[in-house]
Write a protein that binds this ligand. Structure first.
Ligand code: NAD
Length: 256
């Protein structure tokens, strides 16, 4: 059980982050939810989750495109036994047309923020004598696709940061690993469908079957519960010697 542990999950008011927060809470962890908004419904989401699983759940606003806010998120959490770097965005465009501000935002939110949160969380984990860093990378942290230069670069970077974090904590009861999902049906993926349809001149149904799941041999999306369950496993005693590596949850994508 993760009772007594505090988990901070970045970008967790929807999609995979929320799924991971739910499974960690189900396993007994207190959770800190986060996104860049500060709406009534964000705080309500945390309150409902806390009630459902009988844990302490808070929502802390932080815009992770800003380093100071990423650091403040962990400082405000006060305690961070489990750090899940999950926040992410996507933009699809050829390199020569790729908007510079989109490149900067993707690298800041998905890679640089993980550096900042890890930097503040590691001393807390050392003080507690136990810690787990779970970075949500992607099959795109191990392979590439055209038109996703910033995303693929950021995710490869996250895999690299995971390895360095693992080496710097190797002798302590702290592990760092990356989960590499293939396609999980979340708002982020759904938002890509219309753009990709235009790019390939296909209907949205064709895009799902022939483009999105083209490289996922299972021909099925992974679920947010499955990504959450993988995170819970990485926090378990069985995974204490698993560090500095990646776990693919991709229906066979990276076996191709
Ligand atoms: P999503 O859009 O549902 O969730 C993204 C989360 O990040 C949201 O909570 C959003 O509010 C938050 N976020 C975005 N910008 C932020 C910012 N500036 N500051 C703080 N929070 C911010 O998408 P998702 O599919 O759940 O993606 C979550 C992670 O999983 C991302 O890192 C994504 O790259 C990765 N991933 C997703 C898939 C997939 O198929 N959905 C596959 C592989 C990896």
């Amino acid at each position: 059980s993760l009772k007594g542990k505090t988990a901070v999950i970045t970008g967790s008011n929807s999609g995979i982050g929320l799924g991971v927060a739910r499974e960690l809470a189900r396993a007994g962890a207190d959770v800190v939810l986060n996104s860049f908004t500060d709406r009534e419904e964000d705080h309500q989401l945390a309150a409902d989750l806390g009630k459902e699983f009988g844990v302490t759940a808070r929502y802390i606003k932080a815009d992770l495109s800003k380093g100071a806010e990423a650091r403040a998120l962990i400082e405000q959490a006060g305690k961070c036994d489990i750090l899940v770097n999950n926040a992410g965005i996507q933009h699809v465009s050829p390199i020569d047309e790729f908007p510079v501000e989109k490149w900067d935002a993707i690298i800041a939110i998905m890679l640089t923020s993980a550096f900042h949160t890890t930097a503040v969380a590691l001393p807390m984990m050392r003080k507690a004598g136990w810690g787990r860093v779970v970075n949500i990378a992607s099959a795109h942290g191990l392979t590439a696709s055209p038109y996703k230069s910033a995303y693929v670069s950021a995710k490869h970077g996250v895999v690299g940061l995971t390895k360095v974090t693992a080496l710097e904590t190797a002798k302590e009861d702290i592990t760092a690993n990356a989960i590499c999902p293939g396609y999980v049906k979340t708002p982020l993926v759904e938002a890509q469908i219309p753009d990709t349809a235009k790019e390939y001149n296909m209907t949205e149904e064709e895009v799902i079957e022939k483009v999105i799941l083209a490289r996922q041999p299972s021909k099925d999306f992974a679920t947010t519960e499955q990504i959450g369950g993988t995170a819970v496993f990485l926090c378990s005693d069985a995974a204490a010697q698993i560090t500095g590596t990646t776990i693919s949850v991709d229906g066979g994508w990276t076996a191709l």
